[in-house]
Write a protein that binds this ligand. Sequence first.
Ligand SMILES: C[S@@+](CC[C@H](N)C(=O)[O-])C[C@H]1O[C@@H](n2cnc3c(N)ncnc32)[C@H](O)[C@@H]1O
Length: 218
Amino acid sequence: MHADFWLERWAQNQIGFHLGEVNPYLQRHWPKLQLPAGARVLVPLCGKSLDLTWLAAQGHRVLGVELAERAVEDFFAEQGLQAEVREHGAFKIYRAGALELWCGDFFALGAADVADCSALYDRAALIALPPALRERYAAQLTAILPAGCQGLLITLDYQQSQMNGPPFAVSDTEVQERFAEGWQVEQLERLDVLKGNWKFLKQGLQSLDETVYRLRKR
Ligand SMILES: C[S@@+](CC[C@H](N)C(=O)[O-])C[C@H]1O[C@@H](n2cnc3c(N)ncnc32)[C@H](O)[C@@H]1O
């Protein structure tokens, strides 16, 4: 997906992926990771998700990465937070307390940037990307995150021929393969979420499964 695609989505406020509440899977499964409060959490492709605030409220330091400056600015404005802004390499870093949002391309992130991250949270990041970029994304996480890092990954799966992404369909097999090298992958929950999901029903989908994984880097 080209950067312009996402910048245009934000400019047009076409952000159907944004949830008006904290993700219930995050609240249900995050405690299982038993992370110390001060742990720093990497949130790739973070948008202006309320999950960022929830993670900070658990005592975590949060490092969100987001391409669209509009999303980053909206996040701090909507949270009523005044952010300090500074440049760091290819990124513009917005910071308020424990919340840091790095505005720039996730693929420009280096190992030194995330050396003290012991956790990862991916909701609608992997599934936002087409296959070739998903491969790069998983390889990038594997390359830059330190051993012992663990987190949650939330995916959607459906018949890709029935709808164009994003969100893209990511099967269980794909997750297992993409993270086979370097990660332990454990499925925590799989739910059929098609019923009542009018947006996807309208597209003619016949199935829609949401899966939550626990990832642990070896
Ligand atoms: C489907 S949205 C999900 C946002 C957020 N995770 C959520 O749950 O609301 C994907 C986001 O990734 C951002 N994005 C796409 N490609 C990116 C990249 N290469 N680097 C950083 N952000 C990117 C988009 O601007 C968009 O806000």
